[in-house]
Design a protein around this ligand. Structure first.
Ligand code: ATP
Length: 289
């Protein structure tokens, strides 16, 4: 007998049941269930070709599912009207590109499609492009273009923002600035669905992460608990008699206490580590490495 299918969650920002999308005979999404709560940042992780973009584009109303049910802000994306669309912000993988318009003109044009847009100059400030207000899109660096993409995604004051690999090409400082922008949007109540290949980004930003592999959701958890991470053994390492030593232990506190009693002062080069999000993720998706 098939397991009972939970009904769609009417309070969720996104609720998906049994989603299937085929390209020919290949099922890119193969029976996916997912709920994204209002106000949360949800990171969708998965290897290339896992079905993330297909799922996100179905939620945005760009692609039609072959089976299953989807509700985004309470509506079926396949039937979503203009009002519904105006509540979404979308930052695609390939962005604004080489426009002849200036950054401010692009934002003004985009803002004109929305009933209650943000001030374009405030948005430029938010993404750190104030000095580029009069620059044409095509003169921006790769990272600046990506910021412009984010600006275009949020100028309509979206309730729900889709961010598809938003920080690809950012330098480390720009990524940190982007993260604080995302956190300030959350404080304003924006729900965000983020796809990323940067595990540190997911860990830094996401309230919950979901791992997709071969078109199915493998697990949903808070980043610290994914793959049973919180209960995984810790690895204690230190130096003794000129040799680097390591010990995997379920009780690192007791182990370190014993270890400390053997040394008159500091334990040389003491470190206690747990599996990173990347470690558990690679294990979950069956990385051969
Ligand atoms: P990435 O991390 O590389 O962006 P993804 O998880 O977003 O990957 P999708 O873009 O959803 O993956 O693609 C899922 C699968 O569906 C891939 O095998 C891809 O080749 C296939 N696919 C996507 N779009 C089409 C299409 N229009 N026609 C045929 N196959 C497609």
């Amino acid at each position: 007998m098939l397991p009972p299918v939970e009904p769609l969650d009417p309070d969720a920002a996104i609720s998906i049941r049994g989603l299937v999308k085929r390209y020919g005979t290949f099922a890119a999404v193969d029976g996916l269930d997912l709920d994204i709560r209002r106000g949360e940042i949800f990171a969708l992780l998965g290897p290339n070709g896992a079905g993330k973009t297909t799922t996100v584009e179905i939620c945005e109303g760009y692609r039609r599912p072959d089976a299953g049910e989807v509700r985004v802000l309470g509506e079926d994306p396949a039937a979503g009207g203009r009002r519904w669309k105006s509540r979404l912000g979308i930052v695609l993988q390939s962005g604004a590109g080489d426009s002849q318009l200036t950054c401010r003109e692009l934002l003004q044009a985009q803002a004109s499609y929305f009933p209650d847009p943000r001030d374009p100059d405030e948005v430029l400030e938010l993404v750190g492009l104030t000095e580029k207000a009069k620059s044409r899109g095509r003169t921006l660096s790769g990272g600046q273009r990506r910021r412009l993409d984010v600006a275009l995604g949020i100028v309509g004051r979206p309730t729900l923002l889709f961010l598809d690999e938003p920080t690809t090409g950012f330098d480390p400082e720009a990524r940190r600035q982007f993260w604080s922008l995302i956190r300030s949007l959350r404080e304003l109540g924006t729900t965000m669905l983020l796809t990323t290949h940067y595990l540190d980004e997911a860990e830094a930003l996401a309230d919950r992460v979901g791992v997709i592999a071969r078109g199915r959701l493998v697990e949903v958890a808070v980043p610290a608990h994914l793959g049973g991470r919180e209960n995984a053994p810790a690895v204690v390492s230190w130096s003794e008699d000129g040799v680097r030593r390591t010990e995997a232990t379920a009780t690192p506190t007791a182990f370190v206490r014993d270890l400390a009693s053997r040394f008159p002062g500091e334990v040389p080069e003491l470190a206690v580590t747990r599996p990173t999000l990347e470690d558990v993720y690679l294990r979950m998706i069956g990385d051969p490495a």
